[in-house]
Design a binder for this molecule. Structure first.
Ligand code: SF4
Length: 249
């Protein structure tokens, strides 16, 4: 049997066994418990619900305050981080359930994350920063292989890759065009940057920021005038401004 299938079967067996044990435990409690047991269980559920509600309220207030003042107060650091880890992903899922715009919530998530990173006020040398770009920024008619080396770009002006390559050359910051999430993760593991300035759509940025939680990521959302993943564009001036705020002079 294939190794991956064996792993799947083993983990599924553990899950089924655990479910059967839980079923047995609940059956036992149901058969022998008294009204006091039910009251105790209900009390635990109520206390847990109160704790979770308070955490959600606290992190929501912290996020709104941070959004208004555009800076993270050090007392609110933990609640804001909690909101980024729990509250905002839950709100994104809920937005999908209620047929709302997930991208609007993700935009908010990216904005709060950027404020959190900016609040560090730390400056980085060029070698510590990685500018990560999605492949869809390259013009579809371009035949140059820029995913291996952005230096292969001829700066013809058809897409914004040339301008961003220029920024990389002027500042000494490494610029990388990733073909997808796995390629981006591999490059991050290889280059070990201290900060990533990443361009992508809301979905990829939000998942990327959550993925590489150990490294601060500043997200810049691209524009998709031709639909998703095709000849996308990014405001190069905005990217340059962001880079200037974090680059050591
Ligand atoms: S700017 Fe560079 S990547 Fe864009 S189309 Fe021209 S050569 Fe290709």
């Amino acid at each position: 049997m294939d190794k991956s299938v064996r792993k799947f079967v083993a983990l599924t067996s553990v899950l089924v066994l655990f479910s059967i044990l839980m079923l047995g435990l609940f059956g036992y409690i149901y058969r022998y418990s008294t009204i006091n047991t039910y009251n105790f269980i209900l009390l635990i559920v109520i206390v847990l619900t109160i704790i979770i509600t308070l955490l959600f309220i606290l992190s929501a207030i912290a996020v709104f305050y941070t959004y208004r003042v555009r800076s993270v107060n050090r007392f609110l650091l933990k609640p804001v981080k909690l909101a980024l880890k729990l509250l905002l992903p839950v709100v994104t899922v809920m937005s999908g359930i209620f047929k709302g715009s997930k991208d609007a919530v993700r935009n908010f998530y990216i904005d709060i994350n950027n404020i959190l990173v900016d609040s560090n006020r730390r400056k980085y040398s060029p070698g510590e920063i990685l500018i990560l770009l999605p492949h869809c920024l390259q013009h579809s008619s371009c035949s140059f292989k820029i995913t291996n080396d952005i230096g292969n770009c001829k700066k013809c002006g058809k897409c914004c890759i040339g301008d961003i390559a220029e920024i990389g050359e002027q500042t000494g910051v490494k610029v990388l065009v990733a073909t997808g999430g796995t390629a981006a993760r591999n490059s991050i593991a290889r280059l070990k940057p201290k900060l990533i300035l990443s361009v992508a759509c809301e979905r990829d940025l939000a998942s990327g920021i959550a993925d590489v939680s150990r490294i601060p990521v500043i997200g810049v959302v691209n524009d998709r005038p031709n639909g998703p993943c095709y000849n996308t564009v990014v405001d190069v001036n905005k990217l340059r401004e962001k880079l200037n705020t974090i680059l050591k002079k």
